[in-house]
Write a protein of this length. Structure first.
Length: 560
């Protein structure tokens, strides 16, 4: 990447953001303008690995500056970032926000002006992991004037140099974005092409906390109107305008009364809960936790890679509480730091086999263990320590490939019938331009029991030096083969992915999305391959899954 003079500065205040700062910086690094960005990450009072994670992006963001700020609070971080940043336009970006790479260029272009301007792309709310009540709330919220009428805030805004001169240091206010917005008339606020993603709170309780903070911030701004640093801002309440917009929205479609009532109820609850906040960092943690990348905690069974700190113990196996995005983030960060690992995705059948002494060491030696089976997720909920989502090997093959393509990374496909890995590799590379196929191999049957043949496979795969190896040999052969390869390839990641290459190659159709969501994928597979799968699913796995539920429920009762 050629180094250029910075064209714009991005200030990112961050407090204990190791789980999300990677995805934020990754999106900036994917932008065509990445080499022209001065990115200032202000790590404010961090006690986790935010600084280390941010610094791994220095090779992709050539003007990256990571600053340690000990004075607590977001306002301190914003002011410190301003003191370090050197150019305009200036973008203020929360660490948990994902800015669409294509949205950065039009944002900067629109602010290449001597006039006082403030701008932001259109916001997109990610409610995919939220309760229905939270989704209902945001159905209404995204239609209100604050969001649709020259948005400034929700984690992202950018100003010209003349616009930034309208105020001095950021005052000690919770609503820093609203403070900025109120310095600009509607005609000076721009909505530019593209979007940015806000990950919303997961539950109503978390949402009420967030909205009570917003209500407190609005009240602070109104009360501070007489102070010199706020005097230039419009501090009037806008409740009346919001109510009028909500009524007009309902008139256009009265059938939306249900979601409108949810919005009103949550807003009222937030107003009641509003108090003077005591924390200097006020945010929602529920949307951050499942996106875990790495923590100092290590898996005790012999793994050599840091694993997410939150784990759920089910039938002798420790599952890491991450969703698919979190698993991908974990792998990418480890690769950036030169660390390899093994990602194991037990479904019900694999979990059943892991209880046997002959297989017990497989999960213990893994770097990351995720739940590839809805019964496992259901059991974690019964236990009272829910896993965030099902994470399948079939999906990880695609999501890891897509993420690696952004870094010109490479994959190696090991396993499958002759020709399957080749076709799967072609499909993955065609879908993800930039991804490199380091090689593919369909080893002969029984190679793992022949030391010479196993050594030949290890030599061939290791000589290709891929970033990630997809090992599709079936459990536990694929994990044992990966263990042999890891001795020669300590900086490579391995994913045991079973029949995923057959799906990627198009030889086997995957179940529809609704069947996957509701735990019915096995039914589709059974219909496709009844002779091979009938005994496994009907005789072995269903009784085991029922027993897992009963054992888990009993554990929770005993715990109480």
């Amino acid at each position: 990447m050629p180094v250029t003079i910075p064209r714009a500065s991005v200030v990112i205040p961050a407090h204990n953001e190791e789980h999300v700062i990677g995805r934020c910086l990754d999106r900036l690094a994917q932008s065509p303008a990445s080499s022209e960005l001065e990115v200032v990450v202000v790590a404010n009072g961090c006690t986790d690995r935010t600084v280390q994670v941010a610094r791994t992006y220095r090779n992709r963001l050539p003007h990256l500056v990571v600053v340690d700020e000990v004075r607590p609070g977001k306002v301190s971080a914003l002011n410190r970032g301003d003191s370090v940043a050197t150019t305009f336009p200036r973008v203020y970006l929360d660490a948990d926000i994902e800015l669409e790479p294509a949205a950065l260029e039009p944002l900067l272009a629109r602010l290449d002006s001597p006039e006082a301007r403030v701008a932001a792309p259109q916001v997109t709310f990610d409610t995919s992991r939220c309760s229905p009540w939270v989704r209902a709330y945001y159905t209404v919220f995204q239609s209100l004037p604050y969001v649709t009428d020259g948005l400034v805030g929700l984690g992202l805004y950018a100003v010209t140099e003349a616009g930034r001169r309208r105020f001095g240091r950021f005052p000690d206010l919770t609503a820093d974005d609203l403070f900025v917005q109120r310095h600009f008339s509607r005609s000076e606020r721009e909505t530019t092409p593209g979007s940015f993603v806000v990950h919303t709170p997961r539950t109503v309780r978390d949402l009420v906390r967030v909205r009570s903070r917003v209500a407190a911030g609005n009240a602070e701004l109104a009360q501070a109107g007489a102070s010199p640093e706020v005097a230039a801002a419009d501090t009037r309440h806008t409740t009346g305008g919001t109510v009028a917009s909500l009524v007009a929205w309902l008139r256009r479609r009265p059938s939306r009364i249900g979601v409108a009532l949810v919005y009103v109820a949550i807003t009222a609850a937030a107003r009641v809960a509003t108090t003077r906040q005591t924390s200097v960092w006020l945010r929602d943690d529920s949307s951050r936790t499942p996106q875990a990348t790495v923590s100092p905690a290590r898996r005790t069974g012999g793994a050599d890679t840091d694993a997410p700190s939150t784990r759920v113990h089910l039938d002798g196996v420790d599952f890491d509480a991450v969703d698919e995005a979190g698993a991908v983030d974990h792998v990418l960060l480890a690769l950036e730091e030169g660390r390899g690992g093994l990602l194991v995705t037990p479904n019900v059948d694999i979990l059943r086999q892991l209880r046997r002494d002959a297989c017990a060491d497989v999960a213990a030696g893994a770097s990351l263990v995720v739940a590839d089976g809805m019964p496992i997720v259901w059991a974690s909920r019964l236990l009272g320590t829910p896993l965030p989502a099902r994470v399948t090997g079939s999906s990880l093959v695609w999501s890891l490939s897509a993420a690696l393509a952004q870094r010109s990374g490479s994959i190696y496909l090991l396993g499958g019938a002759p020709g399957v890995a080749e076709r799967a590799g072609a499909a993955l590379c065609d879908t993800n331009p930039g991804l490199r196929l380091a090689g593919h191999l369909a080893p002969p049957f029984g190679f793992d029991r022949d030391p010479e043949q196993l050594a030949a496979v290890v030599d061939e795969v290791s000589s290709a030096a891929p970033d990630v190896v997809f090992v599709a040999l079936g459990f536990p052969k694929q994990e044992r083969t990966a263990a042999a390869l890891r001795e020669r390839m300590p900086q490579t990641w391995f994913l045991g992915c079973g029949g995923s290459l057959d799906m990627a190659a198009g030889d086997v159709r995957r179940a529809p999305a609704y069947a996957q969501r509701w735990g019915g994928e096995w039914i589709v597979r059974l219909v496709q391959e009844p002779r091979r799968l009938a005994r496994r699913y009907l005789v072995d796995d269903i009784p085991y899954a029922l027993g897992l539920m009963l054992r888990t429920a009993a554990r929770r009762v005993r715990g109480r």
